[in-house]
Ligand binder design. Structure first.
Ligand code: NAD
Length: 259
């Protein structure tokens, strides 16, 4: 498999979940991968796993919500591999105290927006100039199905941050459409990853969430990685500014088979 042969790919949140699966899949498809995460050890493990299977990767510890960190990450990428063609701005947080507007504290809002929305902005801010130097590229920003659907189990800061990702992605896609840079959002449905399983911490909560998914199961991080790979690859050469829903039919449903 060589759908990303010759490409240099940067993946944030590469220590875990979607980011880890995507880093491994991108590398298996021929990309040289820069794994970025706050979590040093687990991120290093992703890069080590890529190298163990004959791929090429480096691990960088960085906080996506800090401009200096993201500037440094892109500079280190270009220094190590000489270019940047694919960026998957995927790192994100979901805070357990994120609730409705009345309950949610200002600090939770700022923290969530800082990582999920500003982190994506800062990624684009430094990745786009590097891609222009590299002759073009593909940026994928992780949003969520909650950016397009409301829930009575609110996470107002998280939901708003993901809406921001859709909006900024769309606008940047238009701005850079004639510069050979494609920019798309990936909207995962509810996944069987640590992030969501920690939030839905009882069987009852998990069951309640699944009622709304036509497929009747949580998605897998590996299924998101496949979608990200397609958006990253030249197979998606006419795709920009879109919100790709990968959600088991959730956003299409009014009434599901379970009612
Ligand atoms: P995860 O918790 O398994 O992975 C997220 C990674 O991001 C972690 O390794 C974490 O250390 C890293 N991270 C967090 N804050 C960071 C920061 N400031 N700087 C650098 N790295 C940081 O979660 P996941 O399920 O793989 O989520 C990945 C993305 O998918 C997130 O943006 C999340 O909002 C989104 N998403 C997840 C689901 C789901 O159900 N899991 C659904 C929709 C969208």
């Amino acid at each position: 498999m060589s759908r990303l042969a010759g490409k240099i790919a940067l993946v944030t949140g590469a220590a875990s979940g979607i980011g880890r699966e995507s880093a491994l899949l991108f590398a298996a498809n021929g990309a040289r991968v820069v794994c970025v995460d706050l979590s040093g050890d687990d991120n290093a493990a992703t890069a080590a796993d890529i190298k163990r299977t004959g791929g090429s990767a480096i691990a960088l510890t960085a906080d996506v919500s800090l401009a200096s960190d993201m500037e440094g990450v892109v500079a280190a990428t270009v220094e190590e591999f000489g270019a940047l063609h694919v960026a998957f701005n995927n790192a994100g947080i979901m805070h357990s105290e994120d609730s409705d507007a009345i309950e949610t504290q200002e600090g939770i809002w700022d923290l969530t927006m800082g990582v999920n929305a500003k982190g994506v902005f800062l990624g684009c801010k430094y990745e786009i100039p590097a891609m222009l130097e590299s002759g073009g590229g593909s940026i994928i920003n992780t949003a969520s199905f909650v950016a397009v659907m409301g829930a009575a189990t609110p996470q107002i800061a998280y939901t708003a941050s993901k809406g921001a990702v859709l909006a900024l992605t769309r606008e940047l896609a238009v701005v850079h459409a004639r510069q050979n840079i494609r920019i798309n959002s990936l909207c995962p449905g509810p996944l069987r990853t640590e992030l969501l399983m920690n939030f839905l911490d009882t069987d009852e909560k998990k069951k309640r969430r699944l009622v709304h998914v036509p497929m009747g199961r949580f998605g897998e991080a590996a299924e998101m990685a496949q979608a990200a790979l397609w958006l990253a690859s030249d197979e998606a050469s006419y795709v920009t500014g879109t919100d790709l829903m990968v959600d088991g039919g959730l956003s299409a449903a009014y009434v599901t088979p379970e009612g």
